[in-house]
Design a protein around this ligand. Structure first.
Ligand code: NAD
Ligand code: MG
Ligand code: MG
Ligand code: MG
Ligand code: MG
Ligand code: MG
Length: 340
């Protein structure tokens, strides 16, 4: 059984006695900053000069500084810029300005696990990784609840890094739901594997193959969209509520029997071997290196793949069909249709 942490296991004063700099004000950054502030923590935001996030943070009454100045003031530096930019921001603006006994906090272990960031001696390194998108982290906190978090300590130079991690997790609302103890290695490798194999890569490819199979066989794209994409949410909601078992209980016996006989035919044992190969590339650092090398070259592969994805016919079909469904809301005001 994993090690679990709740509100009673953490002392809020550990983090509220410190000055915290949140670097980046995107999905996670805005949620951490606002939840910390509302828990009584002294927060400042570090952003690049021309950052579009500046106005948003200032509109919330937060103090916005340069990354360097925010770091100079801080006992805890929270690194919430995109993973591919963390190493440059760290090397150029954070490390040269870091207090010798500061702590670094991450929401994902990528740059520590793959050695893109190597913090100096004397600096604690911990992680509080919410298991949900930033907008949910903020909304749940505001509603008096929280999103579960993973907690890890990579370097405990002060001897207090676990108390600090628990206190931080409490301040963003994570321990209202519960925290699970892990390591940077486990969090990073399982996060990358899960998003590549099942949640993002696997699910998207499954939906696209299903849609293609139906339209290539002459069925209408609108019908294929409903059957292979739209209804997925209903199925996944049942899984979240009660596991695969509740999903099978809720669907018709016809659907349940089809699940048993055709599921393993579509997702055959070779798929598991493919997943094992994906996991190997995660563990060896090959995936990380491919991603970072491409980003450093201006992301030509990433941009081409994003463009190709946006051109898939399922997107045009969905755009029209979603107009029929008033309850299907895109409530992320930052999202632009066709971007990723
Ligand atoms: P994001 O893309 O939403 O936000 C990035 C922020 O960083 C923006 O405010 C941007 O202005 C700022 N930024 C970008 N480049 C910068 C630079 N050079 N200098 C200073 N600021 C810069 O990022 P995110 O999705 O919130 O991811 C942040 C971290 O949280 C990552 O480690 C990610 O893996 C982790 N994480 C994200 C989620 C999520 O829901 N998105 C969930 C769990 C963990
Ligand atoms: Mg994840
Ligand atoms: Mg991830
Ligand atoms: Mg059906
Ligand atoms: Mg049933
Ligand atoms: Mg994106």
């Amino acid at each position: 059984m994993a090690q679990m942490f709740y509100d009673d296991d953490a002392d809020l004063s550990v983090i509220s006695d410190k000055k915290v700099a949140v670097i980046g004000y995107g999905s996670q950054g805005h949620a951490h900053a606002l939840n910390l502030r509302d828990s009584g923590v002294d927060v400042r935001i570090g952003l690049a000069e021309g950052s579009k996030s500046r106005a948003k943070a200032e509109a919330e009454g937060l103090r916005v500084l340069s990354v360097a100045d925010a770091t100079k003031e801080a006992d805890v530096v929270v690194i919430l810029v995109p993973d591919q930019h963390q190493r440059t921001v760290y090397a150029e603006q954070i490390e040269p300005n870091l207090k010798s006994d500061a702590a670094l906090m991450f929401a994902h272990g990528f740059n520590i696990r793959f050695d893109y960031i190597k913090p100096p001696a004397g600096v604690d390194v911990f992680m509080v990784a919410p298991k949900g998108p930033g907008h949910l982290v903020r909304r749940e906190y505001a509603n008096g609840r929280g999103v579960p978090v993973l907690l890890a300590v990579e370097k405990d130079e002060s001897g207090n890094a676990w108390d600090l991690a628990k206190s931080y997790a409490k301040a963003i609302g994570g321990l209202r739901a519960g925290g699970i103890g892990t390591t940077f290695t486990e969090e990073t490798e399982t996060d990358l594997f899960g998003e590549q194999s099942v949640l993002c890569g696997g699910a998207s490819q499954l939906v696209m193959y299903g849609f293609e199979t139906l339209i290539e066989a002459g069925y209408q794209p609108e019908i294929a969209y409903f059957e292979c994409l739209h209804e997925l949410k209903l199925i996944v909601d049942l899984m979240i509520e009660g596991g695969i078992a509740k999903q099978r209980w809720s669907i018709s016996d016809t659907a349940e029997y089809g699940d048993y006989v055709s599921g393993p035919r579509v997702i055959s044992p070779e798929v598991k071997e493919n997943m094992q190969a994906v996991l190997k590339d995660v563990q060896s650092g090959a995936f990380a290196q491919r991603f970072i090398d491409d980003q450093d070259a201006g992301a030509p592969e990433f941009k081409a793949l994003r463009e190709k994805g946006a051109q898939h016919p399922i997107e045009a079909t969905g755009k029209e069909l979603r107009k029929l469904m008033a309850w299907v809301k895109d409530d992320d005001s930052d999202y632009v249709e066709g971007s990723a």
